[in-house]
Design a protein around this ligand. Sequence first.
Ligand SMILES: Nc1ncnc2c1ncn2[C@@H]1O[C@H](COP(=O)(O)OP(=O)(O)O)[C@@H](O)[C@H]1O
Ligand SMILES: [Mg+2]
Length: 234
Amino acid sequence: MTLSYGVRAEPVLDSLDLCVAAGEHLAVVGPSGIGKSTLTRLVAGTLAPSGGEIRVAGRSVTACAVADLTALRVLVPQEAYVFSGTVGDNLAYLRPDATGADLDATVRALGLRSLVARLGGLDGPVRPGELSPAERQLIALARAYLSPAPLLLLDEATCHLDPAAEAQAEEALARRPGTLLVVAHRLSSAVRADRVLVLDGVQAVCGKHEEVLARSSLYRDLTGHWNDGSHREA
Ligand SMILES: Nc1ncnc2c1ncn2[C@@H]1O[C@H](COP(=O)(O)OP(=O)(O)O)[C@@H](O)[C@H]1O
Ligand SMILES: [Mg+2]
């Protein structure tokens, strides 16, 4: 598929052809402004391609009704959304029939126990303004974990977590049945994935971490940049 934001604009993604297997874990990397978020919005069906087609679980996402899209995929953006309500309401938002045991397992898997305890348990109130960006991200990730959708898209959705919390959350999300597409914020996210997609504006390179290291000079540059610690959020 191809995506241009205007009829005369240069395409952000040009004839990208990508197939992600059911259950696969794909990391997407590339410099800022290259089209990673655009790709997640296209796959999520919230942005229509200028040409070509995107199918999730065999269904063309542009042709899907909103309710059907919700059942197919969850997109967790960088700025997590939480709402006023209980912790349990926030976690079960995409899975209203979740049992207490489901919620407890999710809290454990994602590393939310101390946060949930501090908020007064699953019945404790969430006041969005009183949570840190990292705490909001953990709640959004736990909500996505519980969703029955077969595809999860994380767009730098762990950027406020420390590396250990990010690893715990990402590993839990990767163990969840279903397909995981992660716009990576750190090299460790790319190394954990089954395959890495490098977007560099000219051509996309996709393969296992070692293959992509060999084939993409941009990936070698990015991994060098990540390794020397210069890739830090403000
Ligand atoms: N809604 C939009 N309208 C016009 N241009 C956009 C829009 N969203 C993103 N872009 C442009 O598309 C390019 C890719 O953006 P984006 O997908 O956000 O990159 P990334 O997530 O890799 O940083 C950038 O040049 C950006 O300025
Ligand atoms: Mg982005």
